[in-house]
Design a protein around this ligand. Structure first.
Ligand SMILES: [Cu+2]
Length: 122
């Protein structure tokens, strides 16, 4: 490798490191919004949430009774919600619209109707 090319590569590595630390700094200053959702027979509370397009959020789930599931196929997101634990799902909504999510673990007679909506706005 000639010395000129080696210098160029070194400069690229330095700016990549500087870029990474800048990104880490921004992340530290703007923590992702956390939305708390409680699953109980047979509803999610809140049942509708509104997110901003392109803005990452973390959904934190707890269950008030039995094991539940969270599934939002449009976001390729799902989680088991287990009593005594917090289930976390990170989303970066890309598409504007209203999307369904459901409980995907049978939790009793009202399970089939246990669903909610995610609204994504600009
Ligand atoms: Cu269920």
């Amino acid at each position: 490798m000639n010395p000129k090319r080696r210098r160029l590569l070194a400069a690229g590595a330095v700016s990549a490191i500087a870029g990474a630390s800048f990104a880490a700094c921004v992340l530290a200053q703007t923590p992702e919004q956390v939305i708390h959702i409680t699953a109980r027979k047979f509803a999610f509370l809140p049942g509708e949430i509104t997110l901003k397009q392109g803005v990452p959020v973390v959904l934190e789930f707890v269950t008030a009774d039995v094991v539940m599931g969270f599934s939002a196929p449009d976001f390729k997101a799902r989680a088991d919600i287990i009593p005594g634990q917090v289930a976390r799902v990170r989303l970066v909504p890309q598409q504007i619209g209203s999307f369904d999510f459901v409980c995907d673990i049978f939790c009793g007679d009202g399970h089939e109707g246990m669903s909610g909506k995610i609204h994504v706005v600009a």
